[in-house]
Design a binder for this molecule. Sequence first.
Ligand code: FAD
Ligand code: AMP
Length: 475
Amino acid sequence: MSKGYDVVVIGAGPGGYIAAIRAAQHGMSVACIDEWKNKDGKNAFGGTWLNAGCIPSKALLESSELYHRARHEFSKHGISTGDVSMDVAKMQRRRAGIVRQLTGGIGGLFRAAKVDGLVGHGKLLSDKKVEFTPVDGDPEIIDSKHVILASGSGPIELPFAKFDGETIIDSWDAIELDAVPARLGVIGAGVIGLELGSVWSRLGSEVTVLEAMEDFLFMADRDVAKVAAADFKKQGLDIRLGAKVTSATVGKTGVRVDYEDKNGAQSIEVDKLIVAVGRRPYTDGLFADDAGIQIDERGFIVVDDECRTRVKGVYAIGDCVRGTMLAHKASEEGTMVADLISGESAEMNYDVIPSVLYTNPEIAWTGKTEEQVKASGRAYKTGTFPFAADGRAKAMEQTSGMVKIISAEDDDEILGVHIVGPMAGELIAEAVLALEFSASTEDLQRTIHAHPSLSEAMHEAALAVDNRALNYPNK
Ligand code: FAD
Ligand code: AMP
């Protein structure tokens, strides 16, 4: 049987499913193929994002944060709780329920938008033909005018610490643990390592994070990284920098992790070891040799700024192409590509993609770090405002951290905004909008912010850029 579509999307993660719906909104006939299988053996749309990444990790971060607060912070408000306990199985059922609801939601969105959601494997052949192999059926060939590859990524495995799904585990296994490990090791102090380390630390694990680099959160602004490092230490996360793991051996009493730091060879023993050293693009079986798709030396599908591959009419988006591996980056690329296919003009502003770590304190930024602006040679000014001087933060008992704004000296343009503190992941939206509109610091200064609110810290940081903060002494 041979079917035909205007657009076939391979992958229904946040890149693919958004691209499919957007293309359908343009009046095109669309199919979206996905083969994701959950640990219960059931297929589900949503990719890493929904099944094993952003959403389930945030569900656990919320539960573990509430548990931590109930135990350690409620008493400050005068609330006595007695013994607080955590039912891990119930917490995990809640997480699984959220995932189930949202994955089912994508099926509903597909039906409403008239996208054919096809469950099985998709493979790009030559001439924009796609071989679709349903989960329980024989391959069929689909003709398409346009193809969007959105196959995502998978965890990087270390050759000397291979995943066994039990003791040496990846982030997905770490999300689905059914008990709190007494001693938990994490290799990699990146976003995923810190978020999952935080979850299990709050629930009672003794967590050691081993990070090869000397700089903590090298991609973040240094001032922000400093505050975060101090807070994580206070919370009991043992983050060892300059610690390069060389081997991991599973024994009777746990897993022995060997690493090297400036003092020589070291080792720790833990009950579970999460390897969170980054992700690699996933393109296994995605295209035939003669499909014409080019891969770079790290395995990413080569695309231009508009996500076009070398093959006319074939695009690639999300984690399988260059750029930050983030769900919203994947979705925006999906939107752009669907618009371009429909004939509209569209572009993606890669300079203002927000980054967020959902730790406590949260960390969020957009635009350039101070180090990057300095390196660019452009004269700049900075302003910071601590949450300790923000009334709402005080009321919330969440006063750690600050907002830092970096602006150009010449035309006052805001170049970067960095937040470490309560709800940083929400507050950053204002900064993204400001950068998207090339706002000046004065634009933010003259924007009225509700009182009392955390957003006032953004307002005051903008004022502080010109030494005009009103609720904190200026430099
Ligand atoms: P994916 O979500 O990986 O989806 C790809 C889909 O394609 C999968 O369903 C896969 O099965 C399917 N597929 C692949 N090949 C084929 C084929 N040949 N045929 C059929 N189907 C195929 N990002 C954020 O922005 N915020 C966060 O808070 C965040 N937290 C994260 C936490 C964790 C623990 C992890 C692991 C990731 C997190 N991410 C977060 C990253 C985010 O999940 C990814 O950037 C995002 O999922 C990428 O989207 P995608 O559409 O490119 O790919
Ligand atoms: P991210 O790519 O943000 O998920 O972060 C992964 C982190 O793992 C990076 O900060 C790497 O420096 C770190 N990493 C990679 N390999 C090792 C290793 N062998 N030992 C310790 N840390 C590592």
